[in-house]
Ligand binder design. Structure first.
Ligand SMILES: [Zn+2]
Length: 496
């Protein structure tokens, strides 16, 4: 069996992965708060842990992996959105949940085994909070229930490597008079009549954010499970608080054994933010509503994400998106429609080495160079990239126009074949501009004016067009102009 090694944030080491029960490998990943479209950064953990899910399914069998990812559908941001828009909360959460699933589906993400919504688990959260109070780890104050960090002081902060004192010194925590320790966090809070609320032993209220993951992970995965994942922005306080709640409520369990965190996403080297104007959603990219201005297929977004290792910051650039599109198109030229191959073991091993996805792309290119289409297609599929689907989609099918010549002669009647190859439509203006230039280029070659011919080819090349030439057995010269993704019509127009 393939040996999997994963970097465990808890121990700061790459460790051999030994599941508690190989017949039921269990993973929990923190999901989205549903009040708006997912931005590009929200999609990174989805794609990263989807690759891990696929690897685990490959190694242990698809029926032996349980993956839970939650939807936070009770949150102050949702309440604020409902007030602003005048729409009911349930309508907003149902709509944005479906948006999330649709957008992540476009990125090739499999649906997790369970996708619990917080509002479905309120009684379980209340029971867990009651248990924490009974065990002396939580207390009620002014309609709130708070987790008492001092009751677990020597463990709290271990995951992120901070002590409670450091946290107090460094944190900008709201100072509530009813807190015994400023780091104590909310398990339950009171609701006013206009806000969502549930009856509880502490009055009508709603849960704090952290408790839902502890309650749902316990219900669906048990006291101890294998992997817990999320973005590294969640490590503190969210994951520290999950650990505190779960380990105090179920001291006989381990909660999660392997903690995995993906690094954040940037855009063109900068943090993505609304104020910098470089903020966009997955849907914006899919529909072309971003600075690049073109529709980015979901497979391209996935490819760009996975070309950087998940523990490194991922820099989204337009250049990378274009390169990914070209690379995927190339790989899909060899899609095996029979889908009868098996993934290359070296690719499985690269993924098993803490998800070394950049290395996987190198290996896929080698399979392409060898022409091993069956193994290539199956290996790409393991990464969640469906080459057969790509080869059939519009942007994977080249468009070819040819103007046949015939006279290959020495004289002025020289009539070569001239073809245009593109993955989008080719405008008449482009063809009209290019044809005499290509003709001139071929004439220069025919007359062995090599340096002038090369110079012309190079100038045409700067517009994003690659020229190639062959000679048919009958002696007719045949040239093809391959119009690349980086083709710039304005540059072509300016050429003499
Ligand atoms: Zn969580």
């Amino acid at each position: 069996m393939t040996e999997i090694k994963l970097y465990n944030t808890r121990t700061r080491k790459k460790e051999r992965f030994d599941p508690i029960d190989p017949d039921n490998v269990r993973m929990y990943v923190c999901g989205p708060t549903v009040y708006d479209r997912a931005h590009l950064g929200n999609a990174r953990p989805v794609v990263v842990f989807d690759v891990l899910f696929r690897l685990l399914r490959h190694v242990y069998g698809p029926d032996h992996v349980t993956y839970v990812r939650n939807f936070t559908d009770v949150d102050d941001k949702i309440n604020a959105r409902a007030t602003e828009s005048g729409r009911p909360i349930s309508e907003i959460t149902a709509e944005t949940t479906q948006w999330f699933l649709d957008d992540m589906g476009e990125l090739g993400a499999l649906e997790p085994t369970h996708m619990p919504r917080a509002t479905q688990y309120i009684p379980q959260m209340v029971a867990m909070i009651e248990d924490l109070i009974a065990k002396g780890h939580a207390y009620e104050a002014e309609g709130h229930v708070l987790f008492a960090v001092d009751s677990w002081r020597e463990h709290y902060g271990r995951l992120s490597g901070r002590s409670v004192d450091d946290m107090i010194a460094g944190a900008r925590v709201e100072v509530a008079p009813y807190k015994r320790n400023p780091m104590d966090f909310v398990l339950w809070k009171p609701s006013t009549p206009d806000l969502p609320g549930w009856d509880s032993p502490w009055g009508r209220g709603r849960p704090g954010w952290h408790i839902e993951c502890s309650a749902m992970a316990f219900e669906l995965l048990g006291k101890s499970f294998d992997i817990h994942g999320g973005g590294n922005d969640l490590m503190f306080p969210h994951h520290e608080n999950e650990i505190a709640q779960s380990c105090c409520a179920h001291p006989e369990g381990d909660f999660a054994r392997y903690w995995m965190h993906n690094e954040m996403l940037q855009v063109e080297g900068k943090k993505m933010s609304k104020s910098l104007g470089n903020f966009f959603t997955v849907r914006d990219l899919l529909e072309g509503n971003w600075d690049g201005g073109w529709k980015v297929p979901g497979e391209v977004i996935r490819f760009v994400f996975l070309s950087t290792h998940y523990r490194k910051p991922m820099d989204w650039t337009e250049k990378k998106a274009r390169e990914a599109k070209t690379a995927l198109r190339k790989l899909s030229e060899q899609a095996d429609e029979t889908r009868s191959g098996a993934p290359d073991q070296r690719i499985v091993d690269a993924l098993a080495s803490d998800l070394n996805t950049p290395m996987v792309f190198d290996l896929l290119n080698r399979l392409w160079a060898r022409g091993d289409s069956k193994t290539l297609t199956a290996s790409a599929k393991l990464l969640g990239i469906d080459l057969v689907k790509i080869s059939k989609s519009i942007w994977g099918k080249p468009f070819f126009v040819e103007f046949p010549g015939g006279a290959g002669g020495e004289g002025e009647d020289f009539q070569p074949n001239i073809g245009f190859l593109s993955w989008g439509s080719i405008s008449q203006a482009t063809m009209d501009k290019l044809r005499p230039m290509i003709h001139r280029w071929l004439k220069l070659r025919r007359d062995k004016n090599w340096s002038e011919a090369d110079e012309l080819k190079e100038r045409i090349g700067t517009t994003g067009i690659e020229l190639t030439v062959t000679k048919t057995p009958a002696g007719v010269t045949s040239a093809t102009a391959k119009i690349g993704d980086n083709f710039d019509p304005a540059k072509l127009e300016a050429l003499e």
